[in-house]
Design a protein around this ligand. Structure first.
Ligand SMILES: [Zn+2]
Ligand SMILES: [Zn+2]
Length: 143
């Protein structure tokens, strides 16, 4: 029986390979994971897979719309499987922690720009910067 990941890959016209399945599992289990962490996880199962092969898988999955790449300014790129719902992210300036901020498909007020300059807008990506609860006590101690 085909797994969900196999069905998703075939629906996106991508060949089913073990590295692709392993990367999808890493993204499912660890939302907002960076490339180094994906490599480490995939290699626990498939030690022979090269860095380049994993970069290529991440690019193929992102291009096919199965994964989303987020790159907050000054931070390393992260990947997640939650796609096409136009959600946003809140990022901790101190430790880089990322969490999802919902924006529901079909009723996304952020898609109504105050001035669209004549563009047809189909996606909005907002990054909220701040300090996460883990880092908050520490930063207050510094003051
Ligand atoms: Zn933090
Ligand atoms: Zn997210």
């Amino acid at each position: 029986m085909a797994s969900d990941f196999e069905v998703q890959l075939r629906a996106a016209s991508l060949r089913v390979t073990r590295p692709r399945l392993a990367v999808l599992a890493a993204l499912r289990d660890h939302p907002h994971i960076d490339t180094d962490a994906v490599i480490a996880l995939v290699r626990t199962d498939l030690p022979a897979v090269s860095h380049q092969a994993i970069y290529d898988v991440l690019r193929a999955l992102t291009d096919a719309g199965l994964a989303r790449r987020i790159q907050p300014a000054g931070a390393t790129a992260r990947y997640e499987m939650r796609v096409r719902d136009n959600h946003h992210h809140v990022v901790c300036r101190s430790c880089g922690a990322i969490a999802d901020v919902d924006c529901t498909l079909g009723d996304a007020p952020c898609l109504t720009a105050s001035d669209d300059h004549g563009f047809v807008i189909d996606e909005a990506e907002v990054v909220y910067w701040g300090t996460c609860p883990e880092c908050l006590p520490r930063s207050e101690g510094i003051r």
